[in-house]
Design a binder for this molecule. Sequence first.
Ligand code: PEP
Ligand code: MN
Length: 344
Amino acid sequence: MADPTRWLVLDLDHLPRADDALLTDARRLAGDAEPRLHDAGWARYLAAPVGTEAVDLATWTARPGVHRAWLQEDDAVFTGKLWPNGAPGFEAAGWPSTGKELLFIAGPCAVESAVQMDEIAAACAQAGAQWLRGGAWKPRTSPYDFQGLGARGLEMLRDAGDRHGLRVITEVIGTDELPEVAAASDVLQIGARNAQNFPLLRKLGAVDRPVLLKRGFGCTLRELVGAAEYVMAHGNPRVMLCERGIRSFEASTRFTFDINAVPLLKQTTHLPVIADPSHGTGRAPLVGPVARAAVAAGADGVMIEVHPDPDRALSDGRQAVGLDELPELVTGLRRVAEAVGRAL
Ligand code: PEP
Ligand code: MN
């Protein structure tokens, strides 16, 4: 069998039938290895492991039903840089993911009350955020900690967003909550603890909502990309990747924000990359500097946890930026954005 380190990928109009000459020829090129045929609904492809065989891409592209043919080093087709004909990007809750404009998401770790959400939403809108965040179902380490307000919290988030002209994003902690969250939230956040919850990732494929996929704190970038590939392969092309810090031996910060992830994901995938310096550091004074570093490194947006009274926050207070500190953080971020040709 051919060495499967190189794949021939054909972006197809429709999948070939079993006796189709396209399939026969792809099998022959793959040394009789079975090409993979995948239909995700929104797109379909054939991928054949071709090892070091010489491949005439122009001939493959010219065949009926083939939009484009290319070679790539791994089998992550939909997330890969070479997908979709060099024209990536999508609209995610009012944000055009391929524009110059950075995405700025802000809000509390958890939705705590309607009054809190209204105050936060007003400050976030004022600071230039496009999306309001806030967890309604919280995945907490201890079962005795605040678990979130659930459906009531979701409603408070939605109301506050609507009142202040912000789209909303909230975490889906499991398949049970998915329909309810998808009905009320503009964007679905998949938390670090669910980064490889494959039943959930599969179900996200069938939902018509953009997905912000957070990197698990024990996941490699390959695993994060694999998770994104799941969602896309199951039917949903609107996936955004989020670096939120990984576990390291360093104990002076909550997690270690992996700055490498930002340019690496930008260089190897065509998906938007969002930075979460709040969980990535776990300390409010580090949030601004790390957010700026992420934007300088090429991030397409940042997600920041804020709170009117961080000392009293019901979760993640230590990393919450006070509402009074938000304008200064945005000013600094805007300067870096401008320096790298982006806008905020
Ligand atoms: C959050 O965004 O509040 C959260 C729980 O994040 P993570 O899944 O990255 O820990
Ligand atoms: Mn949090």
